[in-house]
Each structure stands twice: as C-alpha cells, then as structure tokens.
Design a protein around this ligand. Structure first.
Ligand SMILES: Nc1ncnc2c1ncn2[C@@H]1O[C@H](COP(=O)(O)OP(=O)(O)O)[C@@H](O)[C@H]1O
Ligand SMILES: [Mg+2]
Length: 343
C-alpha cells in the first residue's frame, strides 16, 4: 500500500490589503510543488488547510489517519506562536511530521530565547537586550542598534527605520513595535558587513549547503544595508532590486568553513531536524555572528534553500521526497506494520 502523506499548510488569515499578506500567501507555491513531487514519486497524498481552529485540524488528522504529515504550516499571519503550538498538537497524535519538532519551532521562533541558548553554547550572536515594556534602558549596547519584533520572521517589522543611532529614535521604534506586534522586542547591536544565509539539510547526515550572500548595492543609497520586508517580498521596490541574493559568492575558504561549522552547531543546539537555515552577518574584522536560526524555512522552489540546493548540484524533487520518507521512517504505525509483515 502506498504511504499516505497529508500536506498541512496555513490558510491565510490576513486580509488581502494587509502589507504582510504576500508573505503569508507564499505557502501556496510550496504546496503546489510538494504535491507535484509526491505525486510523481507515487505517494498517496491529500491537503489540509489549517486556519484558526486547531481543534478542527486535530479532528481532521485523526479522521484521515495519514502515515505522515508534510508540515508546511508556517503559523497564522497575526499569531506568530501558532506555528509551534500547532506542531505540538499534531505531535500528540503520534503522526510523524516533516521538518523540525515543535520544541525547535518554539525555541527558534522566539529570537530572544534562541539567542540565549546559542550564547550558552558559546556560539556568537550580537549583544542584545529584550524589551517587554516602556520605558526601557538599552544598557551597554553600542550604537547603532536594530530593533526587531522577537517572535516574527520573514523580516516582518523590519524596515529602514529599524536601525537607531540614538535613544530617542530607538524609543520611538520600540514603542511602535510593542504596540503593533505580539511579544517582546529584541534590541540588538547592528553588525555592519556582509550578510549570508546557510541552508542545512539532514538526509540523514547533516550537510550545510554553501552560504548564499545578500548583496547591498552601494549605489542604491539604502538608508541601512539590511534585508527589510520590502527587500524580501516586494520585487517592484528599490529595496528589493538593491539587495540581490547570490549563490556562489566569493567567500574566503576559512570563513566558509566557519559558517558551515557554526550553522551545524546552531542547528543541533536548537534541536532542529531535517532542514533549517541560519542567517549570519560578518563584521569588519571578519568575525561571523549568528543573527537567527530558521527552523522549517521557506521550502518553495524559488526560496533561498532550494536555490542553495540547486547551486550545490542537488535535486529539489528528490529533497522533497526525502523529507516525506524521513518522516515516514519515524512513523510508529508503519514500523509496526513492517515488523508484522516480517513475521
Ligand atoms: N544585528 C543585526 N545586525 C545587522 N543586521 C541585522 C541584525 N539583525 C537583523 N538584521 C537585518 O534584518 C534582517 C532580518 O533579521 P532576522 O533576525 O534575520 O529576522 P527575520 O526572522 O525577520 O529574517 C536580516 O536579514 C538583516 O538584514
Ligand atoms: Mg532572517
């Protein structure tokens, strides 16, 4: 009997006019690609869109009884903690999930908690303070600093005004972030320098793909060189055009090795599984700093991870299928069936 895989993804909840809707809706491309490749590999598969009703998704999964869940649920656009919460609920059904476990989604999904865990393991991350209310003291940090909503990803809440050079600017920014976004704000030293992201794939050995660089066009007169929401999601903007991603960037060999080593250690430290991406900045002295770890990063065929895989000579279709197979291999039910067949 072919294995039955349920592709679970988020039902967009933000209205179409919301500036962040584009990021939330991007999951549809991934669902299309994953369906195509599972289909070609002979899997029996179905889709399940999950919105606000987590209990309904649990009932649906219990009824459908898949052998594995292909987890493309990135959380609801207005509820950043929902990604880890949903994964934890589905784990309770004892159906294996592709990608990172709920615990890693929760830890890495809280940038401040992830930083603490990375720092405790001796991994370099920029100095920072966590702000939960006003007024606050950005004690001891060196200017400039960047303020980020700690629970979000995809550069939500990051724009040209994210970087502050004095107390008044920072206070205005933090006040705005605290009022608009759920959760604390992370105020972090701004690392000027090259930016890289390194994809990791565990199939089953952990491999770090060559890092991709985000270039900052010096001629574009960006207020700050950084990957804002527009730079990531809005192709018609100057910021997008001025921040191209490049695979195969010239990286000194020692630095490439360091990025690979740090990415692998960060992956393990946060308890990631199957695939993840680690973002870096490299300072003027050539020292790499981990900005964040992305568990279950964007899996679409046009995203950084797929690009890095292709640049390294890997095959996206085979990768998608290997994720389903890895989850199935964790299925207690299929293990029992196989064991029964042997007797
Ligand atoms: N400490 C920092 N120094 C310099 N740039 C930063 C720093 N933190 C974040 N950035 C910029 O903001 C972008 C988004 O920040 P990141 O921590 O990766 O969050 P997200 O989860 O939204 O991708 C980064 O890609 C980088 O360009
Ligand atoms: Mg990032």
């Amino acid at each position: 009997m072919p294995a039955r895989v349920l592709i679970v993804y988020n039902q967009p909840v933000l209205p179409a006019h919301d500036p962040q809707a584009v990021a939330e809706r991007a999951v549809f491309d991934t669902v299309t690609a994953v369906r195509r490749h599972l289909d070609r590999a002979g899997f029996d598969h179905e889709r399940l869109a999950v919105g606000r009703d987590l209990a309904a998704s649990l009932a649906d999964i219990a009824r459908l009884r898949p052998d594995a869940i292909f987890n493309l649920f990135e959380g609801l656009g207005d509820d950043p903690r929902s990604e880890a919460r949903a994964a934890r609920a589905w784990e309770s059904l004892a159906v294996p999930l592709t990608g990172c476990p709920a615990r890693a989604l929760r830890l890495a999904g809280s940038k401040h908690l992830a930083k603490r865990a990375l720092a405790a393991a001796g991994l370099p991350t920029p100095r920072a303070v966590v702000v939960t209310s006003l007024p606050f003291e950005a004690c001891g940090l060196e200017w400039p600093v960047i303020a980020k909503p700690a629970l979000y990803h995809a550069s939500i809440g990051i724009d040209a005004l994210s970087v502050a050079t004095d107390k008044a600017q920072l206070a205005r920014r933090v006040e705005m972030l605290l009022s608009r976004y759920v959760g604390p704000v992370l105020v972090e030293e701004f690392i000027a320098g090259r930016e890289f992201t390194a994809g990791l794939i565990e199939a089953p050995e952990l491999v770090t793909l060559p890092a991709m660089e985000f270039e900052f066009d010096a001629l574009a007169a960006l207020p700050w060189p950084l990957m804002t929401f527009e730079a990531k999601w809005c192709p018609q903007t100057d910021e997008y055009r001025a921040t191209p991603g490049r695979h195969g960037a010239a990286i000194p060999r020692a630095l490439a090795a360091q990025l690979g080593d740090l990415a692998g250690r960060a992956f393990r430290r946060l308890g990631c599984r199957d695939y993840a991406r680690v973002d870096f900045r490299v300072d003027a002295q050539g020292r790499p700093w981990i900005l964040e770890v992305n568990p279950n990063p964007d899996l679409s065929p046009s995203a950084c991870l797929a690009g890095a895989l292709a640049a390294a000579g890997g095959d996206y279709a085979a990768f998608v299928v290997s994720l389903a197979r890895a989850a199935l291999a964790r299925s207690p039910r299929r293990r029992l069936t196989r064991a029964a067949a042997l007797h």
